[in-house]
Design a protein around this ligand. Sequence first.
Ligand code: ATP
Ligand code: MG
Length: 328
Amino acid sequence: MRQHDSDDFDLFDERPSRRRTRSEDDTPRARRTTRFDDEPAPARRGRLTEGERVRLAKLRDDAYTENQLPDGADRWSTWDDAEHGPLPRPDWVVTELAAVDIDLGVLKTGKEADVHLLRRGLPGTPGTLLAAKRYRSDEHKLFHRDAGYLEGRRMRRSREMRAIEHRTAFGRNLIAEQWAVAEFAALSRLWTLGAPVPYPVQRNGTELLLEFLGEDDGTAAPRLAQVRPEPAELKDLWFQATAALELLASEGLAHGDLSAYNLLVHRGRLVVIDLPQVVDVVANPGGVEFLARDVRNLAGWFHGRGLGEHVTNTGELLAELVSTAGIG
Ligand SMILES: Nc1ncnc2c1ncn2[C@@H]1O[C@H](COP(=O)(O)OP(=O)(O)OP(=O)(O)O)[C@@H](O)[C@H]1O
Ligand SMILES: [Mg+2]
């Protein structure tokens, strides 16, 4: 148990201080306690008395126990420090500050980010599986994307601008964080509209935590590119995809990087992922071309799987999207 209630709070921050490490935590507390000690003088000079040594050791053990992560956990829940997803919040989202995160391994390493499987829950409970998408900051991985897309996003402070221009480690991290911010905002907006996207649980720095699309045993839903649907299912998936495109267009948006790799098939339902580069087709002078490219990439895959062009009818689809977006 803690000695003083006030030890539970930082001076400038009212959050519980359980995340402080042992080395930060135990020395000052031990010193504070010796101040209140009323043992006779010999204890203070030279070597410690046996009684004092035992008490200090106990204090350290207590501090250690309180700060130590439960067995198997990789970190405390980062919910407290993160930007949160839109309301109403699904009931499976774990918001308890005493919850812990367990990293269950890499789901996929991608071009710009690594996606890990994470379990978040109170110790001793099954918790909830999440997909943790962590943007990397290696320069070459981001370069092709950040040039045009990031221009005009909120990058006012010139120190940050310079760091980005010079691709310092700090600048590269800022770029990665901007991608995380952009994807979280897009997911939040689309989820609120009812689009088939994973619920965005939180964003913290360069990491997004998303609803895990998959099975309880941790098997992730396959990408569209990995499935071989029967003709009826293929057609159904096509119409799910075009419905999602229509919904984006009604908000003046194109995915911007749509392909059979950025669509997951979860229990028969098509889910759109990987949205950091979502394009505002109204403001962007190349808006129509972004819509056309998404349609082309998507239809190309479906044609390759045997869906007839009379079904996909891409000319008509594009015309519809352009008019829905109000740019035709
Ligand atoms: N919410 C999720 N649930 C389950 N799996 C996911 C989820 N989000 C991403 N994944 C898996 O991680 C992969 C990479 O995710 P995403 O496409 O968002 O990142 P990326 O860095 O752009 O990857 P890539 O370069 O492969 O496109 C996906 O193809 C999918 O297999
Ligand atoms: Mg992707």
